[in-house]
Structure formats: structure tokens, C-alpha cells
Design a protein around this ligand. Sequence first.
Ligand SMILES: Nc1ncnc2c1ncn2[C@@H]1O[C@H](COP(=O)(O)OP(=O)(O)OP(=O)(O)O)[C@@H](O)[C@H]1O
Length: 310
Amino acid sequence: MLETIRLSKSFKRKKAVQDVNLYLDNGESVGLIGPNGAGKSTTISMISSLIKPTAGEIKLNGENIINKPEQLRRILGVVPQELALYQELSAYENLKFFGSIYKLKGDDLEKSIQRSLEIVGLEGRQKDLVKTFSGGMKRRVNIAVALLHQPKILILDEPTVGIDPQSRNHILETVRMLNQKNGTTILYTSHYMEEVEQLCDRLYIMDNGEIIATGTKGELLSILSAEDTIKVQLSKMNEVFVEQVKAIEGVRKVEASDVNLKVIANKGINLVSELVSLANNHHIQMINFHTETPSLEDVFLHLTGRTLRD
Ligand SMILES: Nc1ncnc2c1ncn2[C@@H]1O[C@H](COP(=O)(O)OP(=O)(O)OP(=O)(O)O)[C@@H](O)[C@H]1O
């Protein structure tokens, strides 16, 4: 349905986005995840024709629409990171104003406003001034604005940053409902891995302006399927022991702190028995150990050497 091909944007010498290929199929819920500054907002701004790409194409149903953004605008709803609301107007008045920009009028406009307010759960607060709302409620009004023209594709740029947990849950539920009940195609950006894990069928992982991995959760986790992670608590620790653990064939990484050891090793080696015999040689007891199941955060760490929130 919607596709970007080698989409790139530079600001002077800064390459903010480079060669980004992504596609959204009809009815999919797709996550775009990456740390601050990865290039997510810039990518979204290009797709929503707020800024012009330096290079690349944006295709809608196979047709390059970079120079005819109005085609895409009709079917695209965008919830930007920054609030775009009039604080001195009520929620209803804000929606009325933005609805008129979409050229909605009369009964159609009224129905759209009430439908959008209902979706975000603010129909009971529509007469209240936006300035009296919590941050989370303002975000929900922002989402209602993006829904006024019943977009087929909804893009949300980090919609849960800095808001209370109740509004966050409400927003996640709203997005899930729009995707699963209304069939709205979703592109959801976040630097919270657990949100995209919950909401999205497929993910793109972005770092330093580039897509560094893509796939379903299962496909991304399989990047780590060649490794085992074992965490061990010991009765005591010494440096020679740690060095000998590092030297075990197939061990990739060892992190030691206090009496805890985390060992990442190639799958298939008999790491536990090697550790037990080494510990015995040093008169160290293994108090407990467990194998860790990798998460998508681990995939990100594996690919970039950093955590998402670094
Ligand atoms: N108008 C601009 N002028 C110069 N540099 C910019 C501009 N907009 C973004 N950048 C730079 O481009 C890079 C990508 O920024 P972008 O906002 O797209 O990242 P992001 O992944 O959305 O992160 P965040 O979650 O912090 O918004 C950053 O290094 C940023 O400083």
C-alpha cells in the first residue's frame, strides 16, 4: 500500500535519514523503533509531506507520490510528537477548527467530531478547555484530530512520551482497537520496546538514520537464536576465574559484577558443566543459575552495542 524507497534526508551535513526502505500493507500494524535521534520523526515528516526528502521515493499503491502529496494526505492521519492544539479553545472547538481544514462541514463535521471523541474516550469532556486537560488527555485530543477524516493509515509519533500510565494504556488500547476493529493501517514509532511488542505485527529497528533490522518479533528474536545467555550467582568471585570463563571456547561475552556473572555463549556448548568444573577448581560455589530468554531489547543491544534508552 505505502512504501518508501531509499528515502533520505540531510540537514546541511547531517544525514538524519539514509536509504530507508519501509512498507505498510493494508491493515498491518507496524512499529518503527529506535533511540532518540535515530531519525524516526524525520522519516514520518517526509511520509506526511511536512518536509521534502533529499532523495528517495514514496509510493502509494505503486505510484510515486512525492510531488502529489494531496493523494496521500486524504488517506493519512498523523499524530505528531508536538501537540498542535489551541489551549484556549475546548476539545470540541479544536476539532471543529481542524475539521474545517479537512473541508468537513455541517452534519458530516458534527458526526466526525463525535465519532473521533468517542474513539479517544473524551466525549464527556468535549466542552472543557484544552488548557485544563492533563498531558495525556491533550495527546488524546491530538489523536482525535488525526482521526477526523477517517484515515486508512494512521501514523503516531511517540504518542505516549511523558504522559500518565492511565492515558498511556488508553492510547495503546485505542490504537489496538483502530487496527483490529476498524482495519486502520498503523505506523507506530516509539522508543519503548514493550509498546511495539504489544501493538505491532512487524517492526523496523532504526539507528543513526538507518534501518538496521526488520521483521516480525519472532524473526528478529531469531537473530539471537545462535546464542545462550546464562546468569550465575556465585559464593565469591575472583579475576582469574572470570578470565578463565572468558577463555572457554564459544564464550562471546562475560559481564561480572560483585558475585554475579552473565555469560553469553554460542548455542550448543555445554556451558553449565564447564562453569561448574571451573568454579570447583577455584572453590567457588554456584548458588543459582538461570538461562535468559532473549528479548527484543537484547536484539537491539546485540545490533548496536547500546540499550534503547542509552
Ligand atoms: N530541522 C533539523 N535541522 C537539523 N538537524 C535535524 C533537524 N531535524 C532533525 N535533525 C537531526 O536529525 C537526527 C534525527 O532526528 P529525529 O528527530 O528524526 O530523530 P527521532 O528518532 O525522531 O528522535 P526523537 O525521538 O528524539 O524525536 C537527529 O540527529 C536530529 O538532531
